[in-house]
Design a protein around this ligand. Structure first.
Ligand code: NAP
Length: 290
């Protein structure tokens, strides 16, 4: 068997591409990466529905990109997730063939000090909520015989970092769901990918949740890590650049399992294949002042 036929034997098949006029749903469309993705989808003439926890507030309406219709969604609340199909129907939106699972919480803290309720909330918002939403919308994609689901993970899902264990774990969980579902749904014409951004300048630093005892054993190192993290984000690439990668996952005929951009991703992923895990972990820590 030649190398080419060996590789093609195991490749994901070519899939139908959602097209202009199709309905796209972007979670967390009022800010950052979700905003930029929704805006680009509008530019490409999709009908774009965005979500916000407060869709009717003047701020959310002002923050949503032009042409994006907002519906309510709080990923912490299972009832809010369950209401999404009915809200889409009320808008008369056609089948959703593009789902960008973007909204998320950026949690920080040493393993020893993370409260249970914070962990449960994080996994509900970053993982279970998006899995539930995907479950609700996959039937529409199956019926349409085309669809793309993009989970916005994080490079920290591939490259764990001290004091970001819960967040990295939530993003690694999302990646495992996506990689598994890919094989399950490709025969229905549906592609599933993960987008792993590095440090992106979205102002997310101001919206982090932080769990650390200010006078505890980890306080000083934690602050060092956080300052580096915030500096990296302030000098990170733009949300629009991430949106461009997400659009590749939506429009590539053979969507890749994983897309990544920012934080030297082009170097980091090949390096991780060559270097011992421990060395790679040390490099990531050193990049954050540890
Ligand atoms: N920025 C980065 O450096 C970076 C790096 C790697 C990965 N990421 C990931 O990229 C995604 C977007 O990040 P971002 O920086 O663009 O964040 P952001 O600017 O803070 O935007 C987050 C969006 O999520 C929505 N949201 C927050 N909590 C929610 C909840 N419980 N239920 C439903 N919606 C909620 C917010 O909308 P409302 O307030 O209107 O509800 C907002 O539109 C996240 O999954 C994040 O983990 C970001």
């Amino acid at each position: 068997m030649t190398k080419t036929s060996f590789l093609s034997r195991y490749r994901t098949p070519r899939l139908p591409v959602p097209h202009q006029g199709d309905t796209a749903l972007v979670t967390g469309a009022t800010s950052g990466i979700g905003h930029a993705t929704a805006k680009e989808l509008v530019r490409r003439q999709f009908r774009v529905i965005g979500t916000s926890r407060t869709p009717d507030s003047p701020t959310s309406r002002a923050n949503a990109p032009d042409g994006v219709e907002l519906i309510p969604l709080d990923l912490e609340d299972p009832d809010s997730i369950a209401a999404v199909p009915a809200d889409l129907e009320k808008l008369g939106a056609g089948p959703v063939t593009v789902l960008v699972n973007n909204a998320g919480e950026s949690q920080n803290g040493p393993l020893e000090e993370l409260p249970r309720e914070a962990l449960v909330r994080l996994f509900q918002v970053n993982v279970i909520g998006h899995v539930e939403l995907t479950q609700l919308l996959l039937p529409q994609m199956r019926d349409a015989r085309r669809g793309r689901v993009v989970f916005v993970g994080s490079m920290l899902g591939s490259f764990p970092l001290a004091y970001r264990g819960s967040y990295g774990a939530s993003k690694a969980a999302v990646k495992a769901f996506a990689f598994s579902a890919r094989r399950e749904v490709s025969r229905f014409g549906i592609g599933v990918s993960v987008m792993e951004p590095g440090a992106i300048n979205t102002g997310l630093s101001e919206r982090r949740t932080i769990y650390v005892d200010d006078h505890g054993h980890y306080a000083e190192e934690f602050r060092t890590m956080l300052n580096h993290l915030n500096d990296n984000e302030a000098t990170g690439i733009s949300a629009a650049e991430v949106a461009d990668e997400i659009l590749k996952a939506i429009s590539d005929r053979r969507p890749r399992p994983l897309y990544a951009t920012g934080s030297s991703s082009r170097l980091a992923f090949p390096a991780a294949r060559l270097l011992p895990r421990d060395t790679m972990g040390g490099i990531i820590a050193a990049k954050h002042g540890l």
